[in-house]
Design a protein around this ligand. Structure first.
Ligand code: APR
Ligand code: ZN
Ligand code: ZN
Length: 370
């Protein structure tokens, strides 16, 4: 057991605070990781606001890179000193999804078995709930060994750590869920960190056109830098008509995009995605709706008549062991600009300020450097 500094959310809506926590020595199948960097994601804010569940206190942070410090018994493919990106879907290898070769849908993903606890004050000993089973706004954290994905140790930690959540979700929504490739058109509605990553992934896969849609002109500028061939300000123009027009100019007879990614998480933008795709096209919902939201009213004949598929994308349907090292290699070759996602590097005490900045639209990711 050792004590380290970490950022916790103690109660619903209260500002986050720095606390000392106990990190147990790794047990069987576990690893202790010295965290190098951790991005600030919307999900951390949702935890703090009580929007995920009520299991306070939370140990926040889940978009991290680090170095393995120690491993427990039965850990064979990970060793102290390994540079890793943490993932929140360590697949079990044994459930029905894993057995049928679709481990990206694993029904029984692993986290550490032992609990990290508060070290000081009247609540000392209280078990912490790590965000997405990670908890990496901490000098060190305890995870399941399978949550550590080894990647090229020459890569910049702040950049590749972002593959641990939002950037992987976006790239994977395009490449894995949407199966985007050369000769396919794509539109992305919502150009925050996730949507921009979907655009970068589409560019990597050779899609054309790549149409970025947002209500914020600043986001559209970033989208162009990361590979959008066209941008649509949907606060001014009807995005459905614009997407149809742009695709029709590229491919004769096209009446929309082959794949439309919804990266906002709202019924009205999902409806735009539904109607902006071409016949037999695919809608990918990667934005996360709130529990009160409903599927917008759409005539069932339109669902039937347009064919194609309506999908959702969890974590970009990624397989961390397959996708993280591959994307880090493309980054190292200069083909995927992960640095562009790191708007600022901040300290462990700056997380509340980073939450505040999320509302302003200037920041793709604030990354805590530990
Ligand atoms: N039409 C188009 N774009 C919109 C609209 C709209 N009606 N409303 C909001 N947006 C844009 C915002 O301007 C912003 O650029 O959607 C983007 C959302 O980006 P972020 O708030 O930065 O969120 P991000 O981190 O990209 O995540 C997007 O995916 O993982 C989930 O929980 C996450 O639901 C969220 C979504
Ligand atoms: Zn499984
Ligand atoms: Zn996240």
């Amino acid at each position: 057991m050792q004590q380290v500094k970490a950022v916790i959310a103690r109660s619903k809506g209260a500002p986050v605070e720095i606390a000392t926590i106990n990190v147990p020595d790794p047990g069987p199948g576990e690893a202790v990781v010295k965290v190098l960097t951790c991005g600030v994601c919307h999900t951390d804010l949702h935890y703090r606001e009580g929007g995920i569940n009520d299991e306070f206190p939370f140990l926040l942070g889940h978009e991290a890179s680090g170095v393995v410090e120690s491993v427990g018994a039965e850990v064979t493919d990970l060793a102290p000193g390994d540079f890793v990106v943490l993932n929140w879907r360590a697949v079990c290898g044994e459930c029905r999804a894993c057995k049928r070769g679709e481990a990206q849908y694993c029904f029984n993903t692993h986290n550490a078995t032992q609990k990290m606890t508060l070290a000081d004050g009247p609540d000392a000993g209280t078990e912490l709930s790590p965000a997405l089973g990670i908890g990496a706004f901490a000098e060190k954290t305890l995870v399941a060994a399978g949550q550590c994905t080894k990647v090229d140790s020459e890569a910049r930690p702040a950049a590749v750590g972002l593959l641990g959540c939002g950037v992987m979700a976006g790239i994977g929504a395009a490449i894995n869920t949407g199966a985007i490739t050369r000769g396919r058109s794509i539109a992305v509605i919502g150009c925050g960190g996730v949507g921009i990553a979907a655009i970068a992934g589409s560019a990597l896969a050779g899609a054309s056109p790549i149409i970025a849609v947002d209500i914020d002109a600043k986001k559209l500028e970033t989208a162009k830098r990361l590979g959008a061939t066209h941008v649509v300000d949907s606060s001014k123009l009807d995005p459905v008509e614009e997407i149809k027009r742009i695709c029709g100019e590229t491919y004769e007879g096209a009446d929309g995009a082959d794949v439309v990614i919804e990266a906002v998480g709202r019924p009205e933008t999902w409806k735009q995605a539904f109607y902006a795709r071409d016949l037999a096209g695919t809608v990918v919902l990667v934005g996360v709706p709130t529990p009160d939201m409903k599927i917008p009213e759409i005539p069932l004949i339109d669902v039937f008549g347009r064919g194609g598929s309506l999908k959702s994308s969890w974590y970009g349907d990624c397989l961390p062991s397959r996708d993280f090292p591959m994307l880090v290699d493309l980054y190292r070759q200069g083909r995927l600009d992960l640095d562009a996602f790191v708007t600022e590097e901040i300290g462990i005490g700056d997380i509340e300020a980073a939450f505040e900045k999320m509302h302003h639209g200037d920041v793709l990711r604030s990354v805590v450097v530990l």
